[in-house]
Design a protein around this ligand. Sequence first.
Ligand code: SIN
Length: 187
Amino acid sequence: MSFDTTTLNQQMTHFDGHDSLWLFGYGSLIWKAGFDYLERRPAHIVGWARRFWQASHDHRGTPEDPGRVATLVQAPGAACHGMAYRITPRTLQPLDEREKNGYLRVVTELYFDDGGRHEGLVYIAREDNAAFAGPESEEALARRIATARGPSGANRDYLLNLAAALRELGHDDPHVFALEARLLAAE
Ligand code: SIN
């Protein structure tokens, strides 16, 4: 699979004809929406765990010095907490552009933290995408995140902003908080 998933994502017809749809964000989409939305509600999805296993060549790193950003890996029984946004379908175009380095739109069930559920969309960079870096030790991840920087800014800020946003939502994520602790301890 090539790095650029824009074309694949724009072939998806699942929400065609809908006036609005729910999008679940678990990484930068929690703390940096950067798009218009109709409403937003804390939510989670089931069967996935957040991991900093996706290389970033375009936002938080460069092709020469890639950073690490969040993707989801399958984890039966686990819940991944984040933020759901109700958006209009035309908002998907800039999102496809933003998430083009390996992320594919996936249809999933969203569970709102205050009750209720709805079908929605999440961008996941699967293990077969070219920028998938795979498991690394927390030490190695934190070291890379501490120094990488790309057009969207320091990789460090992506991690720290995500940890702060999860804390504000009242959710623990041992992987994210362990990386944060290592990064801060090394500074
Ligand atoms: C997301 O936040 O839902 C996808 C990954 C990212 O853009 O950081």
